[in-house]
Design a protein around this ligand. Sequence first.
Ligand code: NAI
Ligand code: MG
Length: 502
Amino acid sequence: MSEASAFAPSQEEPRRYDRLFIDGEWVAARSGRVIRSIDPSTEEVWAEVAEADADDVDDAVQAARRALRGPWGGYSPTKRGEMLSKLAGLVRRDARRLAEIESRDNGKPLRDTLGEVQRAADWLTFFAGAADKINGHQIPYRPDALAYTRLEPVGVVGAILPWNSPISLCSWKLGPALAAGNTVVLKPAEQTPVSLVEIGRLVEEAGFPAGVVNVVPGYGPLAGAALAAHPHVNKISFTGHHGTAAAIMKAASGNLKRCSFECGGKSPYIVFADADFERALSVAVHSAFRSTGQSCSLASRIFVERPLYEKFAAAIAERAGRIRVGMPFDERTHIGPHTSAQQRDKTEQYIALGRESGARILTGGGRPRGFPRGYFVEPTVFADVDNRSRLAREEVFGPVLAVMPFDDEEQAVEFANDTDYGLVGGLWTSDVGRAHRVAAKIEAGLVSVNTFRPVHYMLPYGGYKLSGFGRENGFDAIREYTEVKAVVVDLAQDMPADPFAD
Ligand code: NAI
Ligand code: MG
């Protein structure tokens, strides 16, 4: 795309998505209001989406509740799996179109969103296969009784999604929720409402019974809060800020909803002096800056053992300086703009904090040249950051890396764990004993050695501490969407003892 065509005000009218997907129908929002979705690379409104409020959310929840008792409730697990498989196939078929929509909504490079949409299909396929393998077990608690457990759906699930990876994270929630027989109300983030409306269309095309999946784009404090507080929602699955999770938890307390929260992190990436330098460096660059830093599992704090420290810090700054910031549809682009002006401003505030704190800025720190519009910021590396400073403690969610030295294994673990978060951690070493020792000590839900953040549908993923609770992915995710019922059948022939007989 040439600069001229990218930045000239487009003649295009915003695309209109004027319906919510509720009870298998496309219905107008009660309020008649719309959400204007901004293309973050041009700052123009590119789509208008019907905005759900509390009344629409209530309609969606009632529909989801009815659907539990409707045909869906009678589907065999294998048939539920087939439906998920169908949906996966449609997502795969439309991958390019969905990726283009996602890139316009959140500004990620098309090559990233294409990968994410394809992975979303993989996720749905994994959970399609899991649907008929959700077994309870038999418990030999008495010789003359049969006792077993059933894993039953929790009921109506409210899925509240963030804007950084809507389709991909939607598959993380839809997959296990539907595999286990629940029904779902999806609430996309107000910054990126479009792609989940498109998922609603594919749900319809796949032929799910009415109300099994409903899509209600809306604002957090309105539609999100209504879902969190609704007495007929049985579970909330949320990805976003821990402060929002806390508000949801309060709202959810009215009917003691089950909750699972994934709330980001400030993940440590520890490079010991015996690490393979080149591999550790190459993975670090991508792990710290991919998705413009708008990811929950970034290597945002890199700790390097003193003998390698200066060399590693200089090398990562050099590599960061070569990252190509650009327009999402340019295939040479490595990272695009921030998704919103607020997010760009947040990044710039942390860059200012880093400068004030006396940390050494090695590269970046400003806005890149050549972008008169769009929420772009340069990849930025700070060295000599104080691990107790706000830059090191708080989640920036932007392309800002803190590099710090350490002196020995004990100190590396101490620094890594001196954080309120605990989602992901990684270490690089050629000492196998140290690899397992340190992996055991890091307080995080996913720890990797000589690689970073191997997120996969087969691997449980979730946080310690402020990073949240509950696990997504793998069979651990199924547990989050099921209730355990114990059933006991007495097999005895003689009269039961009656303590009230005498
Ligand atoms: P947020 O937590 O406010 O938004 C996430 C979702 O929660 C959106 O769908 C939003 O509409 C909804 N929401 C907001 N308030 C709500 C409420 N009271 N009740 C129910 N739902 C509500 O996050 P925001 O403000 O977009 O981003 C702020 C920071 O949060 C980011 O800078 C980042 O640090 C973190 N974040 C982490 C994510 C992750 O992947 N773990 C994703 C998005 C944000
Ligand atoms: Mg947008």
